[in-house]
Design a protein around this ligand. Structure first.
Ligand code: ADE
Ligand code: ZN
Length: 330
């Protein structure tokens, strides 16, 4: 008998809000605004890209039709509806002021308010809690990141609880972003960095040394260095692993070849997320089903994922208590 993976309560720590936009949503926005985005979709209507750098191009092209706070309100509702339908009770989404007013603080406040309004509706109607992790974009450079860190500093609070960096891992060096991460840390934000998705173990070491993050986005290439794996396990560094994303983008040829089970067995704190679900034809139920089929993961593994994500989440203690109660009653 096949399991109902959607029924398992889940916490997702690594989801890009714009990257979760259903293609139909982006097409509707493009049509309304008279923008021709036909080149970024295939004949089935799915996003079309060829490799990671092209994925980033298509992603940014889709973002060009998200131009108002109302667009982000509607996007947030659409995304959380999907998440809730797959059993997600808590989602920490990467929010990018770069795509919400270009980093202007006043504009960002308006976009954030719209996202928060949608999040309150989703919480009341669908039982999914959203928190925001502001992310700078690596290939936009360290100077732009400082502007984004200022948005993070100024809006840190109950809703904005984290700061991170995404984008092209092959662009520049993480050490160049130290100033922005120091600023975010001083504002009380939790810290995470995309590292070890494309570059090897030295990139995780740079994230730990220079940015002093408690979580790493992807981080799967740690597997190439047993000493680093031990270090991650000893320090309790949490990996936001996105297996479906890694397979879709070609980081690993198949789920069976993915190192998540080896990392877990070595004592590394792993969590599971979707990254950009429609781009990778995935969702949280599919991720859990895949792990069950590829590695024989069962309820105890899924319970551990939720507990690890709960303790690594950047939200406040009261929110964690509420989520813990929901996990217990589930
Ligand atoms: N932004 C959205 N998805 C990403 C990924 N998988 N890696 C880096 N940046 C991203
Ligand atoms: Zn990501």
């Amino acid at each position: 008998m096949s399991r109902d993976f959607a029924a398992i309560p889940k916490l997702e720590l690594h989801l890009h809000l714009e990257g979760a936009a259903p293609p139909a949503f982006i097409r509707a926005q493009a049509k309304r605004k008279g923008v021709d985005l036909s080149g970024i979709f295939d004949e089935t209507g799915a996003y079309k890209y060829d490799g990671f750098v092209d994925f980033l191009r298509v992603y940014e092209a889709a973002c060009t039709v998200l131009t108002t706070p109302q667009d982000f309100h509607d996007l947030t509702l659409a995304v959380l509806e999907q998440s809730a339908s797959h059993g997600v009770i808590y989602s920490e989404a990467f929010l990018s002021p770069d795509f919400c007013g270009g980093g202007d603080l006043g504009a960002w406040r308006d976009y954030m308010a719209a996202i928060q309004t949608a999040a309150a509706t989703a919480e009341a109607q669908m039982g999914v809690t959203l928190r925001g992790c502001i992310t700078c974009i690596r290939h936009f450079g360290p100077e732009k990141a400082r502007v984004i860190a200022r948005c993070a500093q100024e809006t840190a609070g109950d809703f904005i609880t984290g700061f991170g960096i995404a984008g092209d891992e092959n662009a520049g060096e993480l050490a160049d972003f130290t100033y922005s991460f120091d600023a975010a840390r001083e504002a009380g934000l939790g810290l995470t960095a995309h590292a070890g998705e494309w570059r090897g173990p030295s990139e995780l070491r740079a994230a730990l040394k220079h940015l002093r993050v408690s979580r790493i986005g992807h981080g799967v290439r740690a597997i190439d260095d047993p000493l680093l794996v031990d270090h991650l396990a000893e320090t309790g560094t949490v990996l936001e692993v996105c297996p479906g994303s890694n397979v879709a983008l070609g980081v690993y040829p198949s789920l069976r070849a993915h190192p998540i089970e080896q990392l877990r067995a070595a004592g590394v704190a792993v969590t599971v997320s979707t990254d950009d679900p429609p781009f990778f034809h995935t969702d949280m139920s599919a991720e859990y089903a895949g792990l069950s089929h590829a590695f024989g993961w069962e309820q105890e593994h899924f319970t551990a994922l939720a507990q690890t994500a709960l303790s690594a989440a950047f939200c406040d203690a009261a929110t964690k208590h509420r989520l813990s109660d929901r996990l217990e009653t589930a």
